[in-house]
Design a protein around this ligand. Structure first.
Ligand code: RP5
Length: 168
């Protein structure tokens, strides 16, 4: 089995539905990834151990999804210089605004690249990770261009369908 290049951490198994899209992107692009439930609050030792060993294990990017007081991405970023991508999860009663601010408002010096809240952020985190890996992988870079071409084709098809409804 290939060594993982990307890790997807989530604070709880309840975050999994929002992160399934990321798994799908990694499958589509053939990127080996590992997925874990690690919490900055419930399993802080595991979070520290993960972050401390991530680079030497050959990981290149770490995606951290968490909701509520979402400290996972920041806690991991504090202990590794690997790029850390944060995905805020939407939970009641604040529907992700809490997690967004907790993830994005890192103090200067320890950055977390923060994606949008929920499923869109989950997918984009994986695409962003692929972009990082593509810097040193021409095959991945070509696949990314192909992915964008398909998006554009679908948007053009949608434009045809919707513009056909115009009454002028
Ligand atoms: C966060 O608290 C998790 O990332 C999750 O988004 C949220 C709720 O967790 P559960 O109570 O569903 O396990 O730490």
């Amino acid at each position: 089995m290939a060594s993982p290049e990307v890790a997807v951490l989530m604070g709880s198994e309840s975050d999994l539905p929002a992160m399934e899209g990321a798994f799908g992107i990694f499958e589509e692009f053939g990127v080996p990834f590992e997925a874990r439930v690690i919490s900055a609050h419930r399993t802080p030792e595991a979070a520290a151990e993960f972050a401390d060993s991530a680079a030497e294990r050959g990981l290149k990017v770490v995606v951290c999804a968490a909701g509520m007081a979402a400290h996972l991405a920041g806690a991991v970023a504090a202990r590794t210089t690997l790029p850390v991508l944060g995905v805020p999860m939407s939970c009641p009663p604040f529907d992700g605004m809490d997690a967004l601010l907790s993830t994005v408002q890192m103090p200067p010096g320890i950055p977390v690249a923060t994606l949008s809240v929920g499923k869109a952020g989950g997918r984009n985190s994986a695409l962003f990770a692929v972009s990082i890996l593509a810097l040193s992988n021409a095959e991945l870079a070509e696949k990314l261009k192909g992915y964008r071409r398909v998006l554009a084709e679908k948007a053009a098809e949608a434009d045809e369908r919707v513009s056909a409804r115009s009454n002028v």
